[in-house]
Write a protein that binds this ligand. Structure first.
Ligand code: 5AD
Ligand code: SF4
Length: 469
């Protein structure tokens, strides 16, 4: 691993532009444009990074294709939050070894969180020698330079940094949707929850300057974007360490003023940092959606303490009460882990108690996955898989009926839906309410990107069915 250079942001971008131009000139001479395929694993942060990779590659003269088998350049943007995401990458890489025998010109690049782990790099060097380019989470913007080095040298290029350099602004990006976009407001995480690998692979917290964020949001609005999703591992601590006085609540109020933007979402919030100031900003800003994703992870205070979450069950419930009082229609979603080391069925009862008291509109539920290098991996009493699964099923039996009941309450009401795309049945389109519930209704693809009124006629556990008004 290398420690990053700290070249000035603007200069670095110009350097990368020169590499992009050199590659574009090479690609122009090809019989046809070379094709790329990006396989993105993990969270919205990775999905957004893939939009930047897409933007850079198109600037280099590559064109996107829909299937891996048609690609000349395959990029895996990886995740390591849980073991199964890693196993999928290794499985696919095994398959690509054969594909590369049939097409020796195919290039394979790996990036993202998994690549920040030295043991992974060792494994790739030893067992997956057909990989051409490997980079990490801190030097994504160097993609053009890495591709150029690989072309020139004809040898594999590994470039992994052990910490972040400057935030590089203004990378080109090709957005997946025309009318909605993600915006990074900060990178990294300082919380060190004991089960979580993220702080080790995404580095320390650093916030983007509000002027840069606002400039990006204004540009997006001018480009037809109606909904922005503000991304950070812990948005509630936005602004710490900047040379200007700013909080996340103030940032929300500033973005709320941008003409053209109609919906503002954000994730993820950490309960320990969620301020009264933020709750007021959410209640008062008309464009901020009535939805908060507030992971609680576990209900037992003993487990929360060993997870290093720095709040108690009581504090979390109090916070929820405050939010529901200030914003009565708010939808609350969460993340929950079952099977943390030492967790007993009684501890899981505490988690289920929180589920029943809060009544979440949705929950991402996970079985604890041991991540080498995190403190929890060294803790005694790792929970046997069978026991974790039984507790996990008990948890789902508590979560799902509540989600269904909350959805059922929406039947008969009319909501504003931002239409996202065509459903699996081509006569139907899908979209989301302001509180982020998925809705299917009869409509044509011309509605995509529009905000329309839909009356809810029926509901399932994970989505609603409606009629266009
Ligand atoms: N095992 C299982 N789930 C995890 N998460 C983070 N680390 C782990 C792990 N080691 C979950 C948390 C987090 C979400 C993004 O992923 O619930 O909020
Ligand atoms: Fe991981 Fe905790 Fe940081 Fe979230 S807040 S990214 S769970 S360490």
């Amino acid at each position: 691993m290398r420690t990053p250079n700290t070249a000035p942001t603007q200069g670095e971008l110009e350097r990368q532009n020169q590499f992009m131009q050199k590659i574009a000139a090479l690609n122009e001479k090809m019989e046809r444009k070379p094709r790329f395929f990006i396989n993105t694993f993990g969270c919205q942060m990775n999905a957004h990074d893939s939009e930047k990779i897409n933007g850079m590659l198109q600037k280099m003269g590559y064109e996107p294709c829909n299937e891996e088998k048609d690609a000349d350049l395959i990029i895996y943007n990886t995740c390591c939050v849980r073991e199964n995401a890693e196993n999928k990458v290794y499985g696919n890489l095994g398959y690509l070894k054969h594909a590369k025998k049939d097409n020796p010109n195919m290039k394979i690049a790996l990036c993202g969180c998994m690549m920040q782990q030295p043991t992974v790099i060792e494994t790739i060097r030893k067992k997956y020698r057909h990989v051409d380019i490997v980079f990490g989470t801190f030097n994504l913007y160097k993609l053009a330079e890495l591709i150029w080095t690989n072309i020139e040298s004809g040898s594999p290029v590994f470039d992994i940094w052990d910490k972040h350099g400057e935030i590089v602004e203004d990378l080109p990006a090709v957005r997946k949707y025309k009318y909605k976009a993600s915006v990074n407001i900060m990178f990294g995480c300082n919380n060190f929850c004991t089960y979580c690998i993220v702080p080790y692979v995404r580095g320390r917290e650093r916030s983007r300057h509000p002027d840069d964020i606002l400039k990006e949001v204004r540009t997006l609005a001018a480009d037809g974007v109606k909904e922005v999703m503000l991304l950070g591992q812990n948005v509630n601590s936005y602004g710490r360490g900047l040379d200007t006085e700013i909080t996340f609540a103030r940032l929300l109020r500033m973005i709320n003023e941008v003409d053209g933007i109609e919906r503002i979402r954000f994730m993820t919030s950490h309960p320990k940092d969620l301020s009264d100031e933020l709750i007021s900003a959410m209640a008062q800003c008309d464009k901020v959606c009535d939805h908060i994703h507030l992971p609680f992870q576990a209900g037992s205070n003993e487990i929360l303490k060993r997870m290093n979450r720095r709040y108690t069950k009581e504090h979390y419930l109090e916070l929820i009460n405050k939010i529901k009082t200030a914003i009565p229609d708010i939808a609350i979603t969460t993340d929950i882990i079952v099977g943390f080391p030492g967790e007993t069925p009684q501890d899981v009862d505490e988690t289920i108690d929180v589920v029943k008291k809060v009544r979440f509109n949705g929950a991402f539920t996970f079985i604890y996955s041991k991540r080498t290098g995190t403190p929890a991996a060294e803790m005694p009493n790792q929970v046997p898989e069978e026991e974790a699964k039984a507790n996990f099923n008990r948890l789902l039996d508590a979560v799902n009926p509540i989600v269904y009941e909350l959805n059922q309450k929406k039947v008969g009401n009319t909501y504003k839906i931002l239409v996202d795309g065509v459903s699996s049945d081509p006569l139907y389109v899908t979209g989301r309410t302001e509180d982020n519930t998925l809705v299917h209704f009869k409509g044509c693809k011309e509605l995509i990107g529009e905000i329309v009124n839909v009356k809810i006629t029926d509901c399932k556990t994970f989505y609603l069915i409606g009629e266009l008004q």
